[in-house]
Design a protein around this ligand. Structure first.
Ligand code: NAP
Length: 420
């Protein structure tokens, strides 16, 4: 593989796809893994995560050949564009990659590069695990009750980027169409208006919900909860819920039950080895994850709900400095932390790299390197529980030692060496 502006490492091999259906990969001992540091604090957390992942790979008899890719500010410097085609192609070809955050200024004329990247590669499932690490301070009484994994649809919803700016001819045309042709008279106030469209398709909903159910079955998780606001948005979010139940009923046989079936056939006693698909309305769900945290396992939801809910869940297990994520689709994985580029801390060697490190852990798991993935989790957990933490956690604990981003990464590497 050759690119105009990307250096391909000579010491690595490309990951290939073995089975289109199952997404099974052929992973060499030294895979080439693309990495985008990203904007803002990306250049702090990116190298820190790299060090930790290298140490975990080495401790388990492997290595990673990193291939630097560019997007956002670094791409503007190198290519004079925000999201070069070479970057997208390299991730598509190498299949498994990791990225830091990319800045999206609020306002017109700048679409999110994150959304664009996920859409171009059709990485339709944004998966965000929220589990508590010992020693991480939390605003709730029992943070270890949280062990949830959110499957957020990544390509549709009001996030799809179909919207028109107030004052443009286009928005006026859409407004007239909605009012005159579709009969929604007196629904939109007079005066300047911005309008967006919320597409929720059967195809997009079902493929995401299948991923969530498959995950629950493979990982012995008892429930999948469809989170929606279908009481109000009946034909979009309500349809998502209905299609979810359809998938559960039509595609999984007796191993997957709906909540109704659980009560009608088993009087609420869930048979061992089954998965129950249930649904909750999004606003209620945001309080349920606080009040009845341990009742929720796997969540399947649309793009916007998923974004809000996983940040709220992340707060319960230590905040954005901790919360990892990854995007999946078509036998590809692009790991990325939930947090953004936090520009005020950029380059200060200050923020917590744990979210990026644990996103890398998701990536290692996807490679089938579960021993290395476990080592990363254990090392991060033990480092934090010894009180050696970055500023965000340090301000919430008594005592402890405040470390810089790079120092925290070094401490985790030392712990990996100790545990291996
Ligand atoms: P943010 O960058 O996530 O930062 C919000 C706050 O969260 C920070 O001020 C900090 O809180 C805390 N935080 C975030 N990352 C942290 C870390 N690694 N360690 C410790 N604390 C951390 O959110 P934002 O300010 O709303 O967004 C900034 C830019 O990032 C925007 O352009 C946005 O579009 C973009 N963004 C990108 C992605 C992505 O690339 N996937 C995701 C979200 C946002 P304190 O100030 O309390 O210390």
């Amino acid at each position: 593989m050759s690119y105009d502006q990307i250096d391909v490492p000579e010491d690595g091999e490309q990951i290939t796809l073995v089975d289109e259906e199952t997404g099974e990969l052929n992973v060499p001992e030294t895979p080439i893994i693309p990495i985008i540091y990203g904007d803002g604090i990306g250049s702090d957390v990116g190298p820190a995560a790299q060090k930790v992942l290298d140490a975990a790979a080495e401790a388990t008899g492997r290595s990673i050949a990193w291939m630097r890719l560019y997007a956002g500010g670094s791409a503007r410097e190198k290519y004079d564009e925000n999201l070069p085609q070479e970057t997208v192609d390299a991730i598509r070809e190498h299949r498994v990659a990791i990225k830091g955050p990319l800045t999206t200024p609020v306002g017109a004329g700048f679409r999110s590069l994150n959304v664009a990247l996920r859409k171009k590669l059709d990485l339709y499932a944004n998966v965000r695990p929220t589990y508590h690490l010992d020693g991480v301070p939390s605003p709730v009484k029992n943070p270890s009750a949280m062990d949830m994994i959110t499957f957020r649809e990544n390509t549709e919803d009001v996030y799809a980027g179909i919207e028109w700016e107030a004052g443009t001819d286009e928005v006026q045309e859409v407004k007239e169409f909605v009012e005159d042709e579709m009969g929604f008279d007196n629904t939109i106030h007079d005066g300047p208006v911005g309008i967006g469209v919320k597409p929720i398709t059967e195809f997009g909903s079902k493929r995401l919900i299948r991923e969530a159910i498959d995950y629950a079955i493979a990982n012995d998780r008892p429930t999948v909860t469809l989170v929606h606001k279908g009481n109000i948005m009946k034909f979009t979010e309500g349809a998502f819920r209905d299609w979810g139940y359809e998938v559960a009923e039509e595609e999984y046989g007796e191993d997957v039950l709906t909540e109704d079936e659980l009560w009608e056939e088993y009087d609420g006693e869930q048979p061992e080895g089954t998965v129950v698909v249930q649904d909750r309305i999004a606003d209620n769900m945001l309080q349920q994850i606080l009040t009845r945290t341990d009742e929720y396992d796997v969540i399947a939801t649309m793009n916007l709900n998923g974004d809000y809910m996983s940040d709220a869940a992340g707060a319960q297990i230590g905040g954005l400095g901790i919360a990892p994520g990854a995007n999946f689709g078509h036998g590809r994985c692009l790991a990325e932390p939930v947090h953004g580029s936090a520009p005020k801390y950029a380059g200060e060697d200050k923020v917590n790299p744990t979210a990026m490190i644990l996103s890398g852990r998701e990536m290692l798991d996807y490679l089938g390197w579960s021993d290395a993935a476990d080592l990363v989790r254990d090392a991060v957990e033990q480092t934090i529980s010894e009180g050696t933490v970055t500023y965000d956690l340090h301000r919430q604990i008594e005592g402890g030692e405040k470390l810089a981003t790079s120092e925290f990464a070094e401490a985790v590497v030392d712990k990996i060496d100790e545990l291996a």
